[in-house]
Write a protein that binds this ligand. Structure first.
Ligand SMILES: [Zn+2]
Length: 81
């Protein structure tokens, strides 16, 4: 049984990866042979492989990814002080 991973067009521009500033890309994972399961949407960094948690819709995955960048920016600011 193999899972299918397909790239999707994000509904909103994805921010750069908070770890390496690489390009975030939206993927949907479909579980082969288990049609009763919802596909899982996940944003993944092209460069370092960092991922968002899997979500059952693309919007939550995108929202999480774009917010992670914000969290990182706040943490960087704290470290600078
Ligand atoms: Zn990255």
């Amino acid at each position: 049984m193999t899972n299918t991973k397909l790239e999707q067009t994000p509904s909103t521009p994805l921010l750069p990866c908070p770890f390496c500033a690489g390009e975030g890309r939206l993927f949907v994972h479909e579980l082969a042979g288990m049609p009763e399961l919802e596909p899982i949407y996940q944003v993944e960094c092209e460069d370092c492989g960092a991922t968002s948690p899997g979500r059952d819709n693309p919007f939550d995955a995108e929202k999480w990814w774009n917010r992670k960048k914000l969290v990182q920016a706040v943490m960087d600011r704290i470290e600078e002080q």
